[in-house]
Design a protein around this ligand. Structure first.
Ligand SMILES: NC(=O)c1ccc[n+]([C@@H]2O[C@H](COP(=O)([O-])OP(=O)(O)OC[C@H]3O[C@@H](n4cnc5c(N)ncnc54)[C@H](O)[C@@H]3O)[C@@H](O)[C@H]2O)c1
Ligand SMILES: O=c1ccn([C@@H]2O[C@H](COP(=O)(O)OP(=O)(O)O[C@H]3O[C@H](CO)[C@@H](O)[C@H](O)[C@H]3O)[C@@H](O)[C@H]2O)c(=O)[nH]1
Length: 445
């Protein structure tokens, strides 16, 4: 099949590569010329393990190409995938300007029957709205199919080639059949629904996963007060197959380009039909507060944070990505700077992106965790990059002003802490938290 993919973000690029790998002829389109020229030179504008190799191979074998000419790409394709961004508006609602504009451009370019497949995450009713927008601009026949995307950043290639399920929402049986054929090699678990249900499945999935995270974070906060250990609790409840182990890692809450925006959007979708989604509102609120638990833990040790130097380990919203969209690090660093602390920040790959979002004289950018820790009063571990777990605390202690580690991702274990002399706090694991007030710290050797 000949396929045009509009938008070369995570979703567009990875699904384009996937269909090329399945021997279809794919042309990826973006309006950002710099992205297209990078891709034409074999450079990948995002960090995603395994992606570059696949792009290079499929491009070399002639099944994958890149262009900024949307009209030409649409004309030569039978299927057009919409994978442009749907970011949040200040109200929390999804901004549909990009997808509407892309749909208009597709309509104006159409020269024959097309299947238009929406992969962007869009509020319920959007595909019906796009249908009207397109129908007003062209007499050519077309079908709209909603195929929401469930990939995770950092494991996007693996997720795309091994999906748990494919959801296909459409009112048109012929288009459904064509899209089933397209995905058949990936999984047999294909669920066909109407358009609105497919749109809702995507939001409900993300909202449910976000709820699991806020739930376990609240359990963690209670564990700290009652002396239980949240990692043992998560393991214990996870063995119940109705609950499962996934998404029960307590920490500083969820971030990224999806959960924060999609939970807000679902609250708005409900609000627009006069339904107050109380549970999801609490999930969002708990998640916001959880980020600041790092600040409270520092305050419990130091009191006032003014004049402290805090090393920040990790800026990306999770490991194996350079994406910093709505990363907890943004709120935490802003709060530290506001309270008069100096920050020494590092991340293996996300530092350049982070500097575009936030720069300040109070932040020193460091090569690695060791450089950030030098002369710092405390380390805050915000992203669970494996390399942050490999430091010998005994050695680290010697370069720091005070040996304090606030582990926002529960990476360190008892063995690593043994005899380290560190004041250690984690999330919901009181038995691991070695507690001391700063006045009791001994001068370092
Ligand atoms: N990032 C993820 O992990 C993920 C996973 C599942 C679903 N989604 C959803 O998929 C959608 C895309 O997200 P993303 O993170 O892949 O995208 P992104 O925001 O990183 O990139 C979107 C791209 O679309 C391009 N674009 C916008 N309008 C265009 C137009 N008219 N013509 C050509 N190109 C245009 C932009 O220049 C940009 O490069 C969103 O709705 C998102 O919620 C994202
Ligand atoms: O037990 C957990 C699991 C995750 N997180 C955090 O949750 C956020 C999201 O993580 P993850 O879901 O792995 O990353 P995303 O790439 O944002 O993927 C989510 O959002 C995508 C966009 O909609 C969906 O396609 C995916 O299915 C969905 O998992 C990150 O900040 C994680 O640190 C936790 O705090 N605890």
């Amino acid at each position: 099949m000949k396929i045009a993919v509009i938008g070369t973000g995570y979703v567009g690029l990875v699904s384009g590569v996937c269909f090329a790998e399945l021997k279809h002829e794919v042309i990826c389109v973006d309006k950002e010329l710099s992205k297209i020229s990078k891709l034409q030179d074999g450079e990948i504008p995002i960090y995603e393990p395994g992606l570059q190799e696949l792009v290079l191979r499929n491009a070399a074998e002639g099944r994958l190409s890149f262009t900024s000419d949307l009209a030409a790409a649409v004309r030569q394709s039978e299927l057009v995938i919409l994978a442009v961004g749907t970011p949040s508006l200040p109200s929390g609602e999804a901004n549909l300007a990009y997808i509407e504009q892309a749909a208009r451009e597709v309509a104006q370019a159409m020269d024959g029957r097309k299947i238009i497949m929406t992969k962007s995450t869009v509020p319920v009713g959007t595909n019906h709205m796009l249908k009207q927008v397109i129908a007003e601009l062209t007499d050519q026949p077309f079908d709209i199919v909603s195929v929401p995307e469930f990939l995770r950043e950092g494991t996007a290639v693996k997720d795309t080639f091994n999906p748990d399920r494919i959801v296909i929402g459409s009112d048109d049986p012929a288009a459904v059949q064509a899209v089933i054929e397209l995905h058949r090699q990936l999984t047999e678990n294909i669920i066909v629904t109407d358009l609105r249900s497919a749109e809702m499945i995507k939001y409900a999935s993300n909202a449910f996963l976000a709820t699991k995270i806020s739930f376990i974070n609240e359990i963690a906060n209670i564990c700290e007060k009652v002396g239980a250990d949240v990692s043992q609790v998560a393991a214990g409840i996870g063995y119940d197959h109705r609950i499962g182990h996934a998404f029960l890692r307590a920490g500083i809450g969820y971030g990224g380009s999806c959960f924060p925006k999609d939970t807000q959007a679902l609250i708005q979708i409900a609000g627009n039909v006069d339904y107050e989604f109380k549970l999801l509102k609490s999930v969002v609120d708990v998640n916001h507060q959880q980020r600041f638990s790092m600040i409270h833990k520092l305050e419990e040790i130091f009191g006032d944070l003014k004049g402290l130097t805090v090393a920040i380990w990790g800026l990306a919203f999770k490991p194996n990505t350079d994406d910093v969209r709505d990363a907890p690090a943004i709120d935490i660093i802003r709060e530290l700077v506001l309270r008069g602390a100096a920050v020494k920040a590092c991340d293996p790959i996300a530092m350049d992106n982070f500097r575009k979002v936030m720069d300040s004289e109070a932040i020193t950018w460091c090569e690695d965790g060791l450089e950030a820790a030098c002369d710092a009063d405390a380390i805050c571990l915000l992203t669970e990059w494996q390399e942050y777990c490999r430091y010998q605390l005994k050695h680290l202690r010697r370069v720091m002003k005070h040996p304090v580690l606030i582990d926002g991702r529960n990476m360190y274990n008892q063995e690593q802490l043994q005899d380290s002399g560190f004041i250690y706090r984690s999330i919901g694991r009181p038995s691991m938290n070695t507690v001391a007030a700063i006045q009791t710290l001994q001068p370092l050797v």
